[in-house]
Ligand binder design. Structure first.
Ligand SMILES: Nc1ncnc2c1ncn2[C@@H]1O[C@H](COP(=O)(O)OP(=O)(O)OP(=O)(O)O)[C@@H](O)[C@H]1O
Ligand SMILES: [Mg+2]
Length: 235
């Protein structure tokens, strides 16, 4: 199972936008896809409930509202048939509780807004990840809502070098994301040539994650620890 954790303790950096677009992409490609919303705000849940009936299926796990007829620990497990699991995390999470989940991730994506404050704040997050992970090979930055300003591009490039992390995409600041989201869709599912740039960007991110998918042998050994999700849901 490919497990993608989208995180950034800063609010409004694009975690849900990225999570929902990746879920839409993988399900559209025929992967059995599960979107797990670990944020009590429930934005990914809200998006998934808007999804048209004829859209490709995305299994949803709402970590904060489990059905009453099943035990909570069972309800918040991703379905066993999941091939691509996307985890949307809250702003200001309890990093201690989130750490086991981060350790079990195939890929960790950090969307960052192109502001000096946001770029600076990400340094602390990356330092935390360095402390808890054996390697940082599966972490990537995504600069979200980019403007044409070359000044921020320079700052982002400098940060990427300083942190020794790749910037795998620069997402444009465009209504294309909000328009798709308002229909419970991702940009990949939208018609019209004006979505081409966004499709290319989402594809780039998905392909980077795909390269981190565990091999067949790792897959059998690395079953997800049930306590990990339970702990992450109170992060
Ligand atoms: N590339 C983009 N272009 C235009 N609008 C965007 C873009 N990315 C995100 N947004 C908008 O910015 C707002 C915040 O994005 P989003 O909800 O994805 O962030 P978040 O990190 O999940 O926020 P929170 O920390 O509150 O969970 C939303 O209204 C979203 O539609
Ligand atoms: Mg969100």
């Amino acid at each position: 199972m490919l497990r993608i954790v989208v995180m950034n303790p800063k609010g409004g950096s694009g975690k849900t936008t990225l999570s929902t677009n990746l879920a839409s992409y993988f399900s559209r490609c025929g992967e059995v896809t599960t979107l797990m919303d670990l944020d009590p705000q429930g934005s990914s849940v809200f998006w998934a409930h808007k999804r048209p009936e004829n859209a490709s299926e995305i299994q949803l796990v709402d970590a904060h509202n489990s059905p009453h007829n099943v035990t909570r620990s069972w309800a918040i497990q991703p379905p066993r048939n999941t091939e691509a699991l996307i985890l949307d995390t809250p702003a200001r999470p309890d990093l201690t509780n989130l750490s086991p989940l981060l350790r079990e991730a195939s890929a960790i994506l950090i969307p960052v807004l192109p502001s000096e404050f946001d770029l600076h704040a990400v340094v602390n997050t990356v330092q935390h990840l360095r402390r808890i992970l054996p390697s940082q090979k599966n972490i990537a930055l995504i600069i979200n809502r980019t403007t044409k300003s070359s000044e921020f591009k320079k700052i982002a490039d400098k940060l990427s070098k300083q942190l020794n992390l790749p910037v795998i995409a620069h997402l444009r600041d465009t209504r294309n994301y909000t328009q798709a989201a308002s229909r419970g869709l991702g940009v990949f599912e939208m018609d019209g040539s004006h979505y081409e740039n966004e499709k290319t960007d989402v594809l780039k991110i998905a392909e980077w994650c795909e390269a981190k998918r565990p091999s067949e042998s790792e897959r059998t050994i690395k079953r997800m620890n049930p306590d990990t999700i339970a702990l992450a849901s109170i992060a």
